[in-house]
Write a protein that binds this ligand. Structure first.
Ligand code: ADP
Ligand code: GLC
Length: 480
């Protein structure tokens, strides 16, 4: 029987995206069709996606909520059924989706995502015109209060909460409780109280029927003080309801045979054509094209999590041996400036673009020889999956999903012919430097490099296995 699923999320690709959360929410719906799960995504109608409202149908008029009029509009776009929250007082504004024009969190983010969570629960209870979900899937802290609101009204609609990144918990002063229509009885250690504040994520973790995160290794790490960011005890207490299910990437979007952003499409059998993309990247960044020099890349948010300060220390040795390097990213101003300075120091070898550019990300994935992901923690990571699909070898720290998806080119893996990239541990500049050296050495053996590229391109990076596991979780919850 078809299972009806409501996904509650603050991002959904290709419509609105700041990172991997959007990719996952956008990819999961269409792949669930094959498992007889019909999903709809509840998403705020931000100004950035206002165009989606034209042609949409009103399916709920919620009256005045959280300070202004609220409606829910249904539309279908890019194989995704969307329920858009039209609440101009909260979402129709300039800036980014989480940050205002000065780069600070919007002061009313608790209301903006409180409303998202509240409507997730309301639709779970009463549905929208013509449709009521069987199960709810809430994503990250922005949807964390959905199970809290559900249980506040004794609703039994099952809800699974996925942790994409525990670094973001949605903690707000206790004084916001009234405006959020939260029952003060829930402000306890067993509820949404967290060190005297309200925590959207902790509240969700206490109330959700099931909890998933985005890789098996991160599921284990989350229960330790090194990675749990204060919530390790909560997760350890709920470990029997916690599973780590690897993310996949959208193979319709990430396909080197058809990708329109590439200078030249290619397959694992026509790897020589990948070179045209390398040339295009070098041209785009105005770099010297030495034919035998490897091109390394980074496509990333620039934050403490991603360990890119370490790469700043490790890269000069590589560049002094002739390597090329390009970075596409934005985030912490000090990292942005440091990379711009690196490009100024090596103008013929290093190219840096600060910003977010989906097409350029695709071209770099196709054109680079290897990509660096030296994360301090990485719940799953999608860039190493995209890289592998494009025959670009990932160089990754051994953490979270990076540990679960890349096979290090060590002696055993090389002998067995199964290596797909390079891993290093612990996450230090010195160990990253060693891994980059190993990559340089193997790169000079073109046949061996190609063998590893082909392995990487064959590695399953889609949603097949994980979508089935998610569908099983939904069905188990619906039955219980
Ligand atoms: P996270 O969600 O922690 O940022 P992921 O690896 O899961 O990390 O997902 C990042 C996603 O965002 C990938 O699809 C990646 O290609 C994309 N991305 C990151 N930075 C940029 C950028 N500056 N321009 C375009 N795409 C980017
Ligand atoms: C988060 C994590 C990243 C993960 C993504 C999608 O942003 O940082 O590792 O791949 O969510 O689940």
């Amino acid at each position: 029987m078809t299972l009806k699923l409501l996904c509650v999320a603050s991002e959904c690709a290709p419509f609105v995206k700041t990172g991997g959360l959007a990719d996952v929410v956008g990819a999961l719906g269409p792949v669930l069709d094959a498992h007889d799960v019909q999903s709809r995504v509840l998403l705020p109608l931000y100004r950035q996606i206002a165009h989606l409202a034209s042609g949409a149908t009103e399916v709920m008029n919620a009256g005045s909520l959280f300070g202004g009029p609220v409606r829910v509009m249904a539309t279908s776009e890019n194989d995704t059924d969307l329920l858009l929250i039209d609440a101009p007082h909260l979402y129709d504004r300039p800036g980014q989706i989480y940050l205002n024009e000065s780069g600070q969190d919007w002061a009313d983010n608790h209301l903006r995502f409180g409303l998202l969570s509240w409507l997730g629960a309301e639709i779970g209870r009463n549905g929208v015109t013509g449709w009521t979900p069987d199960v709810i899937h809430a994503h990250d802290w922005q949807a964390g209060l959905t199970p809290v609101y559900l249980r506040q009204t004794d609703s039994t609609v099952p809800c699974v909460l996925t942790i994409h990144n525990i670094a973001f918990q949605g903690n707000f002063p206790a004084t916001t409780m009234g405006n959020l229509a939260l029952d003060p009885h829930g402000f306890t250690q067993d509820g949404f109280e967290y060190f005297g504040q309200i925590s959207f994520l902790k509240g969700g973790l206490m109330q959700a029927d099931k909890i998933t995160t985005v890789s098996p290794t991160y599921a284990r790490e989350l229960m330790t003080s090194e990675f749990g960011m204060g919530l390790e005890g909560v997760l350890a207490a709920r470990h029997s309801d916690l599973s780590g299910i690897l993310n996949g990437i959208d193979l319709r979007v990430w396909n080197p045979e058809t990708d329109p952003a590439l200078a030249q499409t290619y397959t694992s059998r026509t790897l020589n054509k990948k070179r045209a993309n390398k040339q295009a990247v070098l041209d785009r960044f105005g770099l010297d094209a030495a034919t035998d020099a490897p091109l390394f890349s980074v496509i990333s948010r620039l934050s403490e999590q991603k360990g890119l300060d370490l790469a700043l220390h490790a890269l000069p040795a590589l560049l002094d041996k002739g390597a090329r390097f390009v970075l596409l990213g934005s985030g912490a101003p000090e990292l942005e400036q440091a990379y711009v300075a690196l490009a100024a120091r090596y103008p013929d070898q290093v190219g840096v673009q600060i910003g977010f550019d989906e097409d350029l990300a695709h071209l770099i994935q196709a054109g680079a020889d290897a990509t660096l992901i030296p994360s301090r923690f990485e719940p799953c990571g999608l860039t190493q999956l995209c890289a592998m699909r494009y025959g670009t070898l990932p160089i990754v720290s051994v953490t979270g999903g990076l540990a679960d998806t890349v096979i290090d080119a060590n002696e055993a893996a090389l002998a067995a012919g199964c290596a797909t990239g390079f891993q290093f541990a612990p996450t230090t500049a010195a160990k990253l430097g060693d891994a980059l050296e190993r990559a340089m050495t193997i790169y000079s053996d073109a046949k061996l490099w190609q063998k590893i590229q082909r392995n990487a391109m064959k590695h399953p990076v889609g949603w097949d296995v994980s979508a089935l596991r998610m569908a099983e979780i939904y069905r188990d919850m619906a039955k219980a």
